[in-house]
Write a protein of this length. Structure first.
Lengths: 469, 193, 93
């Protein structure tokens, strides 16, 4: 570890992994409720489990992003973090607020939670993914501001690099766009319209900057390729991500009462959203092929390459499948969406956080650069278990989605929703099994932190000089 | 090898390869837009033909000539820096920047005219395409001008030389792309019916 | 890195051709000429102009391999699609 204050990243990463486990457990409960409707009813009804599953995802990814920033920024700025104490304080505030919110979801009926937290003073609750009580939302803003102040001051006082600047812009955008969570117009069309400014412009806008910056950082560190080369690619990728992603918001505006031109704008621009992800894949493999040395942390390199590939598949290919408005007319809100959502979130954001954890955690735990071979082998097993099972979850949901769209919407003789759900139950069962394998992968991942701790780490090797020419 | 000889000599086009990846991505967006225009027109031939006549093709002529001229000025700027004359390079690039400004001015007059007539993206399918396509291109002219200015400023300060001027070629390549797109857009939207 | 000087005169000739084709395109529109033949002629002008820009201004004529052809491909594919759409629209009307 080059700077002492990078250590504040560690609790953030641990909390992220802890909440990740919670998210997956609730995912399994949900998956079972698809086929056994009254499973755990009335203790944990479907809507509550879903809320916890999605909210935990967002919160642990935020923990992961913040931890990544706290690790990355001092190293890029070449100075200690502005205030490590503030970072730790915010960690506890965020963790306690997050835990209380989830407990509120689980223990109190949602309407009661709304009453308890004074939602009537500034109504913001009740919207998908933004279900948090207003007071929690205010807490998120405070934590985000303190966090931005902390990393912002560090960047401003230190060396300014493209990587840290892109990361900072991404994080700033994340905080600013979240403010639309407080705008809750009565007009349902407007409500949805601005709701997407948070949801879409996060995951298909500013989060891609965070993803790009972290990936670039890990690639600079592990491959030893010139910073200039990597930064150049980062520029091109984020420019493309922003052009396609921002106007691509239109692919959510097809059927909510927004003007008709969004069907064109949304279709054309979002159809090109796979481009930056494709570039990212080419970029990652290119940099690894041009590496100057074999970094001893093979697991981190595997995660980095995995991120590029899975983000392209999940966000790019699976997004493209149903983004054109004539296709989306049939597939909107079906299991196709669920398939895309699962692989995109895993491939782009879960994997980039795990990439950063994989790179940083050995160093944070006092090693030179990497875990022991044993630990890395276990970690790589977890990579494959989680990634392959996520591919299967996606494929099963896609199968379910295609059947659903056909029987319920496309067919000349459409069947009712619940009849169709019965018919595609087999796919839901298979998805649940794949989900269990994912959990095994996650347990393996956690185990990788506890094995081989006393064994030495592998040594870095220089790449042989290429033949003269 | 003398330039323009029988055997082409370079593996990569002039400028940074990254800008070419970006250029390709941009060209793809425009290609999709052009094809969408042409095929949507199929269902609304009369509407498209009628509203096309409401556009100001004189303004479009001025703008096309402005962009072609700016591209030629950029070519001269690249030629100058290859001769090692970075000051002349800056002057040529500022000239191209000026042509870009002329384009923006004329196009803004057109937009002002449409706006005062109450035309918007929702008026009809033709105007939706016309406004979308030209405005998306308009944004590219603005971005291109920022790049031209950045190159011109760096060139004037001696930031490029006969040996090292990839940045000039990078900026030039992007600007030519902005011109290239307009060369197809102009007949498609203003003339072909 | 290529360090050959750019020959200005040939670029200026290309520039004048581009200007001429532009004025011709504009004149066709101004004269109110229409129909499939006219449209395709104007499109052909545009594709030729694009090719001149790619070759002489962007410098692709001095490049070998796939990069030599990127602009050509970009002109031919949308050009073909536009042609197809206009041919179909002529039939439909």
């Amino acid at each position: 570890m080059q700077y002492k204050s990078q250590a504040v990243a560690k609790p953030y990463f641990i909390a992220a992994i802890g909440l990740f486990i919670g998210q997956i457990l609730f995912g399994l409960i949900l998956g079972l409720q698809y086929v056994v409707g009254d499973f755990m009813f009335p203790e944990i009804p479907f809507n509550v489990a879903r809320m916890v599953h999605t909210n935990l995802l967002i919160v642990w990814l935020l923990f992961g992003f913040m931890g990544s920033a706290y690790y990355l920024v001092p190293e890029e700025a070449e100075r200690e973090l502005h205030s490590p104490g503030l970072a730790i304080l915010m960690f506890w505030i965020f963790l306690v607020a997050g835990a209380l919110t989830v407990l509120g979801y689980l223990l109190v009926p949602y309407s009661g939670l709304a009453q308890m937290t004074g939602n009537h003073l500034l109504p913001t609750m009740g919207r998908e993914f933004l279900e948090q009580p207003t007071i929690t939302k205010v807490g998120i803003v405070i934590v985000a501001l303190a966090f931005l102040y902390n990393v912002g001051m560090t960047v401003l006082k230190g060396r300014k690099t493209v990587v840290s600047l892109v990361l900072l812009i991404g994080l700033l955008g994340l905080a600013l766009l979240f403010l639309f969570a407080f705008y809750n117009p009565d007009n349902l069309a407007k409500d949805k319209y601005y709701w997407w400014w948070v949801v879409h412009l996060w995951v298909e806008g500013v989060w891609e900057l965070i993803l790009g910056a972290i990936l670039a950082f890990v690639l600079i560190k592990t491959t030893g390729v010139d910073r200039e080369v990597i930064e150049k690619w980062l520029y091109v990728i984020i420019a493309m991500a922003l052009i396609t992603g921002i106007v691509g918001t239109g692919h959510h505006f097809y059927w909510i009462g927004a003007p008709e031109y969004w069907q064109w704008w949304g279709s054309i621009f979002s159809a090109l959203e796979p481009l930056p992800f494709f570039m990212m894949t080419v970029f990652a493999f290119n940099m690894v092929n041009r590496r100057r040395r074999n970094h001893p942390n093979k697991a981190a390199v595997l995660w980095a390459l995995g991120t590029a590939v899975m983000a392209f598949l999940g966000a790019g290919v699976w997004g493209f499948m149903h983004t054109l408005s004539p296709v989306n007319y049939y597939t909107h809100g079906s299991q196709i969406t669920a398939a895309h959502g699962h692989m995109a979130f895993y491939g782009a954001y879960v994997m980039i956080v795990l990439t950063m954890i994989s790179y940083a955690m050995p160093i944070l735990r006092g090693r030179q650069a990497a875990n022991s071979n044993l630990s890395q082998v276990v970690e790589m097993w977890s990579f494959w278990l989680m990634t392959v099972s996520m591919v299967f979850i996606t494929l099963f949901l896609t199968g379910a989605g295609i059947l659903q769209v056909y029987m319920q919407r496309y067919s000349t003789d459409p069947l009712p929703f619940m009849v169709v759900q019965e018919k595609i139950a087999l796919f839901y069962w298979m998805r649940e099994v794949a989900g269990l394998v994912f959990l095994i992968g996650l347990i393996t991942y956690v185990a990788s932190f506890f094995v081989g701790g006393r064994q030495p780490e592998p040594k870095a090797t220089a790449m042989p000089e290429p033949a003269a020419g | 090898m003398p330039e323009g000889g029988p055997v082409p000599s370079a593996t990569y086009p002039p400028g940074d390869l990254a800008i070419w990846i970006f250029i390709l991505a941009e060209l793809l967006v425009f290609a999709v837009f052009f094809a969408a225009y042409a095929f949507t027109r199929l269902d609304h031939v009369e509407l498209f033909n009628h509203y096309q006549t409401t556009l100001d093709s004189d303004a479009a002529l001025v703008n096309t000539l402005a962009l072609i001229t700016s591209s030629w000025l950029v070519v001269r700027g690249v030629a100058a820096v290859r001769e090692g004359d970075h000051r002349a390079c800056a002057r040529w690039f500022w000239g191209a920047f000026g042509m870009g400004a002329l384009f923006l001015f004329v196009k803004s007059l057109e937009y002002a005219h449409h706006l005062s007539a109450g035309i918007s993206l929702s008026t009809n399918t033709f105007y939706m395409f016309y406004l979308s396509l030209t405005f998306f291109h308009f944004m590219h002219v603005m971005l291109g001008m920022v790049i031209l200015a950045a190159v011109a400023i760096k060139a004037a300060g001696g930031g490029y030389s006969r040996e090292d001027h990839v940045g000039v070629e990078t900026g030039a390549s992007y600007w030519h792309m902005v011109d290239l797109v307009w060369l197809v857009l102009f007949p498609l939207v203003y003339v072909m019916r | 890195m290529m360090q050959t000087p750019v020959r200005i005169r040939s670029r200026t000739v290309v520039y004048l051709v581009l200007m001429g084709l532009t004025v011709a395109t504009w004149a066709i529109g101004r004269a109110g000429l229409e129909g499939l033949g006219v449209s395709l002629l104007v499109l052909a002008f545009a594709l030729l102009k694009g090719q001149l820009v790619g070759d002489w201004f962007m410098g692709l004529r001095g490049v070998r391999g796939i990069w030599r052809w990127v602009i050509v491909i970009w002109l031919v594919v949308p050009g073909a699609l536009i042609t197809l759409a206009f041919v179909l629209s002529e039939r439909g009307v």
